[in-house]
Design a protein around this ligand. Structure first.
Ligand SMILES: Nc1ncnc2c1ncn2[C@@H]1O[C@H](COP(=O)(O)OP(=O)(O)OP(=O)(O)O)[C@@H](O)[C@H]1O
Ligand SMILES: [Mg+2]
Length: 452
């Protein structure tokens, strides 16, 4: 269990001491502030899971303090403490969203109960928010670029058959999303969609993962286990990162696909199955075949219909659509007010080469939602989040030739570094310059060899 943190705000030292002792004994991580001003600073650094607030404070009082928190959309439960004299204030505090009100002198049992209830309610609310967000967004494939229209066409044509589709494309382009869309548009949609990440499973476990195993098949196989293929019966199995499968497993999989039946590890009876196999990879499997690390016969089995998901830079006009979609969705998931992008910020996003594609864009927007206090996200915020030097909008006619050239330089260096896996020497060679010069430029533009 994670330790929950509580911030106690009270001007009386002995109350702070008593409450700290009481809450620490219950396993909470307790911090104290003697004033609202001090508390605001502490919260700015790291927000607690819960706030215990004495409303009657010297300086900024509890009510003004709660109003400040509300303005900043800071959302954690607040339990208010009040003496007799300040009871009216405490009632106003509950109107401002305080969860509960405890009268001084504090009754330890009642206080602990209020604290636990408040934490539980906050947890449920957060869970609810993320559930609602995930229900509303069933993973539609967004994008109006011609290439996306073609992609949707391909999905629509491939889906109804039971044809084995290989979805390929760079990291983060949306391959898994495409695979799910194929399943959803097929007659198997009511049946399971199961995904196996072939890259994440250790070599000696993948067969048991795919085909299952019988009890006692190997050390550690204490129970019989159903594999992913059987689990997908009647539905669709996605072999994700299929290019990372070992040659040995490829051979077994090939046999299973040809026979349309499998044997669990340690089992003897063949089990027939009816599962549509989809695969996804960011590798060029033709090259892997040439290198001898992927079987050609398996390739032809799984790539009956190859579908390519284009990288984001080939459809840059879709960047705003995606960015706005993520902005709305992530603000909701994080329980924040909706934000917007300035025009310059959007232009900056469009100009970025997006080596990590849609996933990179999504992560960037999430960072902006969390880090930007303002309602409008500006160009500088985007530049900072991208780790780029601040520059002006590409659409701005007044941008000098020099600036444009520099901007282009930044892009080329980033892109080449990414392709060489962050190897500076190799990048310098590819750009026909020397390392010292490249290092100088990288320092000047704040480019790191390996960026997310
Ligand atoms: N066209 C799109 N419209 C909406 N969301 C998208 C689109 N493409 C990708 N996404 C979102 O971007 C993220 C990455 O997509 P996904 O996991 O499908 O990519 P991937 O190609 O499988 O990535 P990886 O190479 O990292 O496995 C997901 O959150 C996905 O929902
Ligand atoms: Mg994927």
């Amino acid at each position: 269990m994670t330790v929950r943190s509580i911030l106690v705000v009270d001007d009386e030292p002995n109350i702070r001491r008593t409450l700290t002792g009481l809450l620490e004994d219950e396993g909470f991580d307790v911090k104290c502030s003697a004033s609202a001003e001090e508390a605001l600073e502490a919260i700015g650094k790291s927000p607690p899971d819960l706030l215990l607030l004495d409303v009657f404070l010297p300086g900024m009082d509890g009510i003004a303090f709660l109003e400040k928190l509300r303005e900043k959309e800071i959302a954690f439960p607040v339990v208010v403490l009040s003496g007799h004299a300040s009871i009216e204030m405490a009632v106003r505090a509950t109107k401002l969203g305080a969860f509960d009100l405890q009268e001084k002198p504090v009754d330890p049992e009642r206080l602990l109960l209020a604290v636990r209830n408040a934490l539980e309610v906050a947890r449920l609310r957060a869970e609810n928010r993320s559930l609602r967000a995930s229900l509303r967004a069933p993973g539609a494939i967004l994008g109006e670029h011609r290439l996306m229209a073609l992609l949707r066409d391909e999905i629509a044509r491939a889906a109804p058959s039971s044809g084995r589709v290989l979805v390929h494309g760079e990291n983060g382009t949306g391959k898994e999303l495409v695979a799910r869309a194929i399943h959803e548009a097929s007659e198997r949609r009511e049946k399971p969609f199961v995904r196996v990440n072939c890259a994440a499973i250790p070599k000696d476990l993948i067969e048991s993962e795919l085909f299952g195993h019988e009890k006692g098949a190997f050390t550690g196989a204490a129970e019989q286990r159903i594999g992913k293929i059987e689990a997908a019966e009647g539905g669709t199995l996605l072999l994700d990162e299929v290019g990372d499968m070992s040659l040995e497993t490829q051979a077994k999989l090939l046999r299973v696909l040809e026979a349309r039946e499998l044997e669990r590890v340690g089992g003897r009876t063949p089990i027939p199955f009816d599962v549509r196999i989809l695969s996804a990879t960011n590798k060029n499997l033709r090259k892997e075949i040439e290198k001898g690390s992927f079987r050609e016969d398996l390739y032809f089995r799984i790539a009956v219909v190859p579908i390519r998901v284009p990288p984001l830079r080939e459809r840059a006009s879709d960047v705003p659509i995606l960015a706005l979609h993520f902005l709305a969705r992530l603000a909701e998931e994080n329980g924040r007010k909706p934000k917007r992008f300035s025009k310059e910020a959007l232009d900056r996003l469009i100009a970025h080469p997006w080596p990590g594609n849609v996933r990179e864009l999504r992560n960037l927007v999430e960072r902006l939602v969390i880090m930007c206090p303002e309602e409008e996200i500006g160009e500088d915020d985007v530049a900072r989040a991208l780790g780029e030097p601040a520059e002006e909008s590409g659409a701005d006619e007044a941008v000098s030739l020099r600036e444009r050239v520099e901007r282009y330089e930044v892009r080329v260096i980033r892109e080449t570094l990414r392709r060489s896996g962050g190897n500076v020497a190799e990048t310098a060679r590819a750009l026909a310059t020397d390392r010292a010069n490249l290092h100088r430029k990288m320092r000047r533009y704040g480019i790191r060899p390996r960026e997310e």
